[in-house]
Design a protein around this ligand. Sequence first.
Ligand code: FAD
Length: 405
Amino acid sequence: DSRIVIIGAGHAGGTLAAVLRDQGHAGLITLIGEETHLPYQRPPLSKAFLKGSAEIPSLLLKNADFYTTHDIALQLGRRVEAIDRAARSVTLDDGSVLPYDFLAIATGARPRRLPIPGADLANILTLRSIADGERLRDVLQPGRRLAVVGGGYVGLEVAASARALGLDVTVVEREARLLARVASGPLARFYERHHGQQGVHIICDAQAARFEGTDAVEALCLADGRRIPCDVAIVGVGAQPNDELARAAGLQCENGIVVDQDARSSDPAIFAIGDLSWRPMPLYGNRMFRLESVPNALEQARQAACAILGKARPAPEVPWFWSDQYELKLQIAGVPFDADRQVLRGDPDQAKFAVYHLCGERVVAVEALNSPLDFIAGKQFVAAGSAVSAERLADPSVKARDAVL
Ligand code: FAD
């Protein structure tokens, strides 16, 4: 009947509270979140919510009744200011102190800022929370010009949603291609072409140097002198883990809070789950990685719940992720660690294909665009460590599973 405190009422924290009750924990569970909303899903913020086809109630993980009937104490609109590991307590921004037997840190990540002149002008926004999404929705009006800084998933999803809303959109990316850190060349080239066909202007190899404007932003200026007039700008240049509380408390941190396969930190009474954890990947020889995805938040919530309740560790899962842009559904399974070749299956011109990543003959990841069968097959290959024939895999007349050696 231990007392469990969870800091961060987001996807990971909200799920952990629910799973703990589901698995029979009878003691106190307190979920503390600085946002005023009940735990919710963020993926729709750049997609359906931005386009106005989803509203807040449909984003919530659970409705308010759930927390009452499951006796989960919610402290929303409250920020945890400090962790006292010796006393096993946390201090909130109203000065109250909550003791714990087990603590879970699930404070997520926040958008990186662009340290360039003019970045504080009005209508230059980032997107992480419902509040950000509401602000963005207000300013994304038809006919306006939007500059997107950063050609990653969030930036490209906002670009697609803004085109659907009738804005003129320019995406500026510092690297030589879109999605440079998170997707293969063939996939990035496909997106570049598709966004172009949808009327998005894409400028790669370009450094944002400053914003211009009097009160609100009027232009984004690039280091090479180009000037992109705009009424709204969104900065999507990655996220950094909210691990300051953990660092101040002396927990081991690298690119986020270091945890083991049970999501346990360097303090056995403290767990760290979701976007802020620097975690081992069992299917990849326990390489350490930070994953910003919903499936990762769910997996680590289950790991932490099992460890806290003394239950067997759940089987390791294949990491996966998705992105929706226009009518394109991308699903990615695995991480292309040590991949030495890519196998293209299907036809990018038909907007239906997959890029398999192989290390020798073993599949380590798959990127499947409008191709759920390849996603399922690739995910199974990664889970099983399957070796495949690259030639058979590349032949769409052969079923993917028949490519296994
Ligand atoms: P969060 O959900 O961010 O929750 C952390 C919470 O902790 C926040 O509410 C924060 O306010 C709170 N907090 C922080 N510090 C404190 C403190 N000191 N005290 C109290 N509370 C605190 N993933 C996918 O898999 N597919 C997608 O298509 C996808 N699209 C996305 C689109 C957008 C626009 C964004 C922003 C993310 C998207 N993601 C997507 C990523 C996914 O939403 C995250 O991986 C997931 O939300 C991580 O959950 P989390 O609980 O770790 O963090």
